[in-house]
Design a binder for this molecule. Structure first.
Ligand SMILES: CC(C)(COP(=O)(O)OP(=O)(O)OC[C@H]1O[C@@H](n2cnc3c(N)ncnc32)[C@H](O)[C@@H]1OP(=O)(O)O)[C@@H](O)C(=O)NCCC(=O)NCCS
Length: 159
C-alpha cells in the first residue's frame, strides 16, 4: 500500500535532515546517471551553509510520511525550482508528484506563467511526465566536475 504523504512548509529545525536526504539521494539515486566523482562533487560531506540558508526565505515544501521526511523542494519567487529531492527509499511512490502540485499551486497563486528548473538526467523523465519540456541541454561545472543537465520549464497559462 502506498503510504500517505503530508506536505508542510519548511521549519529551520528541518535543515540537518534535508541536507542528509539531499546527500543520500544523490549518492544512491543519481549515481545511476553520474560518476562517483560527479556525485561527490554535487553532494560533498561538507555543504555550503550559505547556500542552504536560502531555504528559510523561499516557498520550501517538506514532504513527510509517518513523521519521517521523505522529500523537499524550494520555489523562488520568479518560478525557479531550485532543489527537488525525494528520499532514496521512497522513490516512485508519488512524493514528487505531490510536491510539484503544491509548487505549481503556489506559482499560480503568485500569478506566474511558468515554473522552470535545471533538471538532472535522472529526474528528466519525472519532469517530462509532469508537463515540463526541455529548453536546452547544458553542461555546467561544480567543484571541478562537469555535469549534463537540462533547463526545463512548464508553462502555467491555460492548464
Ligand atoms: C525525480 C524525483 C524527484 C521524482 O520523485 P518521485 O517521488 O520518485 O516521483 P513520483 O513517484 O511522484 O513519479 C510521478 C511520475 O513521474 C514519472 N517518473 C518518475 N520517475 C521516473 C523514472 N525514473 N523514469 C520514468 N518515469 C518516471 C512517472 O510517470 C511517475 O508516475 P508512475 O510512477 O505512476 O508511473 C526522484 O526520482 C528523485 O529524487 N530523483 C533524484 C534527485 C534528482 O535528480 N532531483 C532533481 C534535482 S535536479
Amino acid at each position: 500500500m502506498t503510504p500517505t504523504v503530508a506536505l508542510r512548509r519548511f521549519r529551520p529545525e528541518d535543515l540537518p535532515a534535508l541536507i542528509a536526504l539531499f546527500r543520500d539521494t544523490i549518492r544512491r539515486v543519481n549515481i545511476r546517471d553520474y560518476t562517483r566523482e560527479q556525485v561527490m562533487a554535487w553532494a560533498p560531506d561538507a555543504v555550503d551553509p550559505a547556500r542552504w540558508s536560502t531555504l528559510a526565505d523561499r516557498f520550501t515544501i517538506v514532504a513527510e510520511s509517518d513523521g519521517v521526511i521523505v522529500g523537499f523542494t524550494d520555489l523562488e519567487p520568479d518560478g525557479h525550482l531550485d532543489r527537488f529531492y525525494v528520499h532514496a527509499d521512497r522513490q516512485r511512490l508519488g512524493v514528487g508528484r505531490a510536491m510539484l502540485a503544491a509548487v505549481v499551486e503556489e506559482a499560480r497563486r503568485l500569478g506566474l506563467d511558468r515554473v522552470y528548473s535545471e533538471v538532472s538526467i535522472t529526474a528528466r523523465p519525472f519532469f517530462e511526465s509532469q508537463g515540463f519540456a526541455v529548453l536546452v541541454r547544458q553542461e555546467v561545472e561544480a567543484r571541478g566536475e562537469r555535469f549534463i543537465n537540462y533547463r526545463m520549464e512548464r508553462r502555467l497559462d491555460g492548464r
